[in-house]
Design a binder for this molecule. Structure first.
Ligand code: SF4
Length: 244
């Protein structure tokens, strides 16, 4: 599925850009992003902690930026309540996207426990496809990935390309504690699930308490699955990479 055409940043320019951003603050990176992409730019937010930090930073940089939340229909109720609390508090331009397959049809066709039998298919229907739909016409996508989240993310740049879309990762060099410190310093509320020991929060059926020092170890715990697919679905041509 094609989501855009030619990336607005050339792959050969990424190294210089990322070297420059090693000494930049997240706010400076965001300032560059919204200047380079005055339109067709979004922030995705799953209402854990990183996305809320970025949404708060953008309030004084580009408050009208669309904040895309993928409603998988499997979220914790605490996350949905927190989403609404933060949206009201920050006045976010929230865009909720969800599968074109109704939840009733999904359950009838696949069963509500598809996540246990085929989590990749479940993620495709409920997360990846809705995001691909939201990415149509988008040139730049701000997100909250950090290098210290997992080994797979340890080398992400501040700016990279996913197919034709410019991915902007302003918190790439931050640690988890930096995000919590930022929320605390700005009197921002916290997703209450963190107080219950969760260190990474996704859909309720696929989120458990961490099993080791890897903060995402409670996600699809024991299955070997590491990513839902939204950050890996597009290959360099901008087409679906076969996960579907
Ligand atoms: S995280 Fe789990 S419940 Fe959510 S879409 Fe993926 S497999 Fe389904």
């Amino acid at each position: 599925m094609s989501v855009s055409s030619t990336p607005a940043i050339r792959r050969e320019d990424l190294a210089e850009l990322n070297e420059r951003f090693e000494t930049a603050s997240p706010e400076q990176i965001l300032g560059w992003a919204v200047t380079t992409f005055p339109t067709d730019i979004i922030l995705t937010c799953s209402f854990q902690h990183e996305g809320v930090v970025i949404a708060h930073m953008l309030r004084s940089i580009k408050p009208e930026i669309p904040v895309v939340f993928i409603d998988t229909r499997f979220h914790f109720k605490e996350t949905l309540e927190y989403r609404d609390q933060v949206t009201n508090l920050l006045g976010l331009n929230l865009k909720i996207v969800e599968s074109t397959v109704s939840f009733e049809d999904f359950k009838a066709k696949y069963g509500a426990d598809l996540n246990q039998r085929d989590p990749d298919l479940c993620c495709k229907i409920n997360k990846v496809d809705p995001l691909l739909s939201a990415l149509k016409g988008v040139k730049a996508w701000i997100n909250g990935r950090r290098r210290d989240q997992t080994a797979e993310r340890s080398d992400i740049g501040f700016v990279d390309l996913q197919g034709p879309i410019v991915k902007i990762n302003p918190l790439a060099a931050w640690h988890s504690k930096d995000t919590f410190r930022y929320l605390n310093a700005h009197n921002l509320p916290l997703n209450p699930l963190f107080d219950r020991g969760f260190t990474s929060i996704g859909c309720e059926p696929c989120t458990a308490l961490p099993t080791d020092g890897d903060e995402r170890s409670g996600r699809w715990a024991g299955s070997g699955k590491r990513e839902c697919g939204i950050h890996t679905i597009l290959d360099s041509s901008g087409e679906s990479n076969g996960n579907d």
